[in-house]
Ligand binder design. Structure first.
Ligand SMILES: NC(=O)c1ccc[n+]([C@@H]2O[C@H](COP(=O)([O-])OP(=O)(O)OC[C@H]3O[C@@H](n4cnc5c(N)ncnc54)[C@H](OP(=O)(O)O)[C@@H]3O)[C@@H](O)[C@H]2O)c1
Length: 367
């Protein structure tokens, strides 16, 4: 089967994803029977174009254009679109891939922490146009999971977002595929690589600014560094996890949040001298009918799993009724992992149905 991909956002994640598609093209064909065609690309400053040739956009030419500072309209066999929404409409119109469930919008635009837009609009437009949606953007799932999941179910399409939390390490897919009729009581974790990297660097006597610059150079820090430092990225991930795993219906603004801006190097060093570690911990706890969520620096004893996380490492402990408490630990974080999350979700779409399967854990599912 050939899948048509419309890529919204062609930054660090989008470009690594396109390269990964090329690197794994043979295995996608041999092991999954899937061929992928790049049907269009949308950016904010380099243009938005739809392929007019049957072969789709040439990925190498698109990469070279954007990385060389050229506009996408300079490519051969393309039609321009005004913006991402127009591109979705144009690409879906009279396109058999949309009618046949072979069109996927891959959303990799930036996180908007105020309202999650325009990414939410992109997801809604894609589903309305008959496309599936795969995204690494936390905004849609952190601000509007219930609405978008319901829209996807009504449309008979998938809305998948594995890359939104812990890059490609399966969290959402693990829960959806392997945890039927389980109730999640809560979770706690370290799920922002940039702040953990900075706190580790401070323990080692290095500076806050230098460590942040290193994460920005690696393409891992958010474009707006305050999203990481002030805890907004962690709050968005916390809301996303709580919405999907616990049916919380929250936005990042409902999460009690303190960033690491107020954590002094002396405090980090003093904690380390006493065998403790300061970590930016996110958590969610079910208390009666409500779900309390929090992101804040905490001083943890060395024996705590989260205290042992160094650099860009992440971990998430999930507390459940039937599986008890278990943890997922991510030892490396990289753009490849986020790109792989998108690739894995694309394969899930390619493997076909169960778009209307219910999410594994609803708030009303009590033990
Ligand atoms: N980087 C990571 O390690 C990582 C990990 C997990 C999740 N994520 C998430 O993945 C997403 C992409 O991250 P990134 O690092 O690739 O960001 P990035 O390098 O800043 O790239 C963002 C891309 O989105 C485009 N864009 C922004 N607003 C747009 C709009 N309204 N319409 C069309 N295109 C638009 C930008 O275009 P211009 O360049 O022209 O402005 C750029 O191509 C973010 O939501 C991020 O939170 C990132």
């Amino acid at each position: 089967m050939t899948l048509d991909l419309l890529l919204l956002g062609f930054g660090h994640v989008g470009r690594r994803f396109v390269r990964l598609l090329g690197e794994r093209a043979d295995r996608l064909a041999q092991e999954e029977g899937l061929t992928v065609r790049l049907a269009g690309v949308a950016t904010r400053r380099s243009g938005c174009v739809r392929a007019t040739a049957p072969a789709g956009l040439d990925p190498a030419a698109a990469l070279a254009a954007v990385e060389g500072g050229h506009r996408l309209e300079t490519l051969a066999d393309v039609a321009p679109a005004a913006d991402a929404l127009a591109l979705i409409r144009d690409a879906a119109r009279d396109n058999p891939a949309a009618a046949e469930g072979r069109l996927i919008v891959v959303e990799t635009t930036v996180l908007d922490i105020a309202r999650g837009r325009p990414a939410i609009d992109h997801v809604q437009a894609a589903l309305a146009a008959g496309a599936h949606v795969v995204t690494a953007n936390k905004g849609p799932v952190a601000f509007a999971y219930d609405t978008l999941k319901a829209a996807a179910d009504r449309a008979g399409r998938r809305f998948l977002f594995e890359g939104a939390v812990m890059d490609g390490i399966p969290v959402f897919n693990l829960a959806r595929e392997t945890m039927p009729v389980v109730t999640v009581y809560g979770f706690r974790g370290v799920i922002n690589s940039t702040t953990n990297y900075i706190l580790t660097a401070m323990e080692e006597g290095r500076g806050f600014e230098q460590a942040l610059a290193e994460m920005q150079a690696a393409g891992i820090a958010e474009a707006d560094a305050s999203l990481d430092v002030d805890g907004w990225d962690a709050a968005a991930k916390t809301a996303a996890l709580a919405n999907v795993l616990m049916g919380a219906g929250l936005t990042p603004h409902d999460v009690r949040r303190t960033g690491i801006g107020g954590v002094a190097r002396a405090a980090v060093e003093a904690a380390a001298a006493g065998g403790h570690r300061i970590k930016l911990v996110c958590s969610a706890t079910r208390r009666g009918g409500t779900i309390e969520t929090r992101v804040a620096p905490e001083e943890l004893p060395a024996a705590d799993l989260l205290a042992g996380l160094r650099g860009g490492e992440n971990a998430l402990e999930i507390d459940t009724d039937l599986l008890g408490r278990f943890a997922i630990v991510q030892r490396d974080s990289s753009l490849t992992q986020t790109a792989y999350a998108l690739l894995a979700d694309v394969v899930t779409v390619g493997r076909g149905p169960s778009p209307s399967a219910p999410p594994p854990m609803r708030p009303d599912r009590t033990p």
